[in-house]
Design a protein around this ligand. Sequence first.
Ligand code: PCO
Length: 200
Amino acid sequence: MTSPAKTKNILVGATGSVASIKIPELVRLFKEDPTVDVKVVPTEAARFFFKAEDVDADMYTDQQEWEMWKKKTDPVLHIDLRNWADIMVVAPLDANTLGKLANGLCDNLLTCVLRAWDPCRPVVVCPAMNTNMWNHPFTNKHLDVLQKSLNFNVIDPISKQLACGDIGIGAMAEPACIVREVLALLDKPTTPNLTEGDLI
Ligand code: PCO
C-alpha cells in the first residue's frame, strides 16, 4: 500500500527550557498523523536536553546553517526551512528566545527562520519557564508583542512541579494538547499571521 501524500509540513523549534526533554514525544505524536512531515530546529541550549537519535525527524542545527553556505549561489538554510514549513511550532519557548523574538533579534537558526517568516503562515509558541520567570513583567510585555504585532498563537504553560522543584505555572502544555491545537489550526482555511492592512 502506498503511503498518503504528506501535506502538512510542521517545523518544530525547541529552545533551552527543560521541557525540551519532550521533543521526541512531541515529534512522535505529530507523526501519528500520516499526512504530517516534521523537521526540528533546536537552539544550542535545547540540544542539551535530548538525544538527536531519539528524535524521529530531520534535525537542523546552527552549525549546519554555516556549513551549508560557502558561496553566493549556495542555499540559505533558514530560508529553505521557512519555505518548506506550513507552520512553525516553538515548543518549548524559553524566556531568552521569547525576549529575542519580541525584539526582532535573530542570532541563530531558529530566530532567523522566524525573522524571515511568511506572515501568511501560522506560528504557535508554547512558553515554558520557571514560575518567577513567567511572572516577570517582561514575559507579558514580550508575549503581547508576539500576539498583537506578529499574530502568533500562544499555548499557555500549565501549573505543576517544575524540574527545579518549584510548584507553579511554567510547565509546557502537554504535547498531546499542543498537537491537537496545531493540527486544528492547520485545518482552518486561512490562518494569516498578518493581514495586508497590518503591513501598510
Ligand atoms: C524549572 N523550569 C522548568 C521549565 C518547564 N518545565 C516543564 C516540565 C517538564 C516536566 O514535566 C520539565 C517538562 O516541568 O515543562 O521546569 C525550573 S528553572
